[in-house]
Write a protein that binds this ligand. Structure first.
Ligand code: DHE
Length: 509
């Protein structure tokens, strides 16, 4: 983030005459902010109707794009265009200012969490019958549309849209379902956790767990939600029923240093959440209470926090299907490691240099052994490992760095996108038996084709044309024939109820 500032200053310097930068009446961005932005983005920059405007929250937005948004507004949001009201210098000064760190580091206390909590419908108060008719409630999909911050709910048999509703700004990470698939929980980069009742098509509760959040996990028993934050350095544990705060846990390592949370995951067989930390080499495991007293309104039981020294920092990780082994890597590091959560020791090193995208890994059976496949963000390659001895099976060359991989137990193919570089409109189909690329599709030349999700049977798959003027494409998973499309505003991730709640081997968890 800090590297952006000088670059941005250079850009501004190029755009404006040097003398105008030095003028005594140069725009005062603080004053401009309070005059034009604070009503929606908060006097403290922590957000309101609009998102928080702090450097950590803006990492996805390039400074030049920020200038465009201030000048031209943001389509299908409440963000107006200020281009008529403010001059170029004022727009530029404001855009630069929002990337600067505030004098006082923002804080987000339990009192802030509690004050943000909204319950629209208390758990158990809405009808248990869906308000719509579908053949199979387990074959629904939610699709996140990041272009205008909406979510679509789709019938996965008829491929019809059941609902489309606004989400919080910039959802990130996979939404997580309750074990019965009735509720879905979303996490936004701005720290909001939202609970949506699919049967009633209603947001039931929301809470802001942090200022800059990574992702959320829902316990396998459906009782708890854990949110992991970049800012503040904390984990926030919520009661899944109404998103009430149970505890916020400061992330402080054994040596006293605090850390951002890289990600939180649920490990069902262990009855625990596993937490990767970005700034200290530790893995945390938080076991949830296995029993909750019947009829007890308050959650009871202890959450046992166990800290383990990890061989390296973990930006990203992946589990074996039994959730005993954690494959982790530091982005930009020298390799990956396999960490045994039972013995708390590293059991293997993996040749995974650079930026493997472990969170996008998948596994399948190949000749009687289980393999895992991982795309890389910094190179055109999929790495395949034998999970029985962690040996490298293959490095499949692709047409560019990929972000997401997907398959399904019933499909002979694994899909990997080419997310970055000149070939970002391509998506590869890998034969899971031969580990060869057997097809490369270019559904829409020039537009990114990314992120596949299968229906529950593995017969049909959905693919995003990742563009504001984009669409969702569905294909026969075996013949690869196009079956239909639906216009969408930058569709990103798609999540099938069955595949997610069953921890299907070909999808993310
Ligand atoms: Fe993600 C999941 C981290 C950038 C879209 N991303 C995840 C997860 C992690 C992660 C740890 C798994 C959490 C989960 O699903 O609960 N992502 C990171 C990064 O560190 C990275 C590279 C930099 C950052 O900005 O944080 C990053 N991610 C992006 C994007 O730029 C993407 C493409 C667009 C966006 O919306 O920000 C993006 N990430 C996604 C999506 C998932 C995800 C759609 C869920 C994938 C799934 O299928 O489950």
């Amino acid at each position: 983030m800090r590297r952006i500032l000088p670059l941005f200053a250079v850009l501004l310097g190029l755009a404006l005459p040097v003398s105008s930068l030095a003028q005594a009446d140069a725009p005062d961005p603080t004053m401009l902010y309070h005059q034009h932005c604070a009503a929606c983005h908060g006097v403290d920059r922590l957000g309101g109707i609009g998102p928080a405007l702090l450097p950590d929250n803006l990492s996805r937005l390039k400074p030049a794009e920020a200038v465009e948004v201030i000048r031209g507004g943001r389509l299908a949001t409440q963000m107006p265009a200020f281009g008529e009201m403010l001059g170029e210098a004022e727009v530029g000064a404001l855009a630069e200012w929002i990337y600067a760190r505030p004098e006082v580091e923002p804080s987000w206390s339990d009192a802030d969490i509690l004050a943000s909590h909204v319950v629209n419908h208390y758990h158990g108060t809405l009808p248990d019958e869906p308000v719509f008719e579908v053949e199979d409630l387990k074959n629904l999909f939610v699709v996140v549309e990041i272009g205008d911050h909406h979510v679509s709910l789709l019938d996965g048999d008829r491929f019809e849209r059941i609902a489309r509703f606004p989400s919080r700004y910039a959802l990130h990470g996979g939404p997580k379902y309750s074990p019965d698939g009735r509720y879905v929980y979303f996490g936004s980069r701005d720290g909001w956790v939202t609970k949506y009742d699919i049967y009633n098509l209603e947001v039931t509760a929301e809470v802001r767990a942090g200022i800059n959040m990574r992702n959320i996990a829902v316990s396998a028993d459906g009782n708890y939600v854990l949110a992991g934050n970049y800012l503040p350095h904390s984990l926030v544990l919520l009661d899944a029923r109404n998103l009430e705060l149970i505890a916020s846990i400061p992330v402080e390592g054994l040596d006293g240093d605090t850390s951002r949370v890289s990600a939180v995951y649920t490990a069902p067989p262990r009855n625990s959440f596993v937490v990767a930390l970005k700034d200290i080499p530790e893995v945390w495991e938080i076991r949830w209470p296995e029993e909750r007293a019947a009829g007890d309104e308050a959650l009871v039981g202890d959450f046992a926090l166990h800290r383990m020294a990890a061989p390296d920092y973990l930006d990203d990780f992946f589990f074996d299907p039994g959730y005993r082994y954690l494959v982790g890597a530091a982005r930009g590091g020298q390799g990956g490691q396999v960490f045994d959560l039972d013995s708390e020791a590293k059991v293997a090193d993996l040749p995974l240099e650079g930026m493997p995208h472990l969170g996008a890994g998948i596994t399948w059976e190949l000749d009687g052994r289980r393999v895992m496949a991982i795309p890389h963000i910094d190179r055109g390659q999929v790495s395949v490992f034998d999970m029985s001895d962690w040996s490298l099976v293959s490095e499949i060359a692709t047409d560019g760095p990929g972000f997401f991989m997907r398959s399904h137990a019933n499909s002979p193919y694994a899909w990997v996108d080419v997310f970055f570089g000149p070939n970002h409109d391509r998506i590869h189909v890998i034969d899971k038996r031969t580990l060869e690329i057997v097809e490369t599709l270019i559904p829409e030349p020039g537009k990114t084709a990314a992120h596949v999700e299968f229906d529950r049977r593995g017969e049909t798959l959905l693919l995003s044309i990742w563009d504001n003027d984009g669409y969702l494409l569905w294909l026969d998973a075996n013949t690869l024939e196009e079956l239909g499309r639906m216009p969408m505003n930058k569709p990103s991730g798609k999540y099938n109820v069955w595949n997610k709640t069953q921890y299907e081997e070909g999808t993310s968890h």
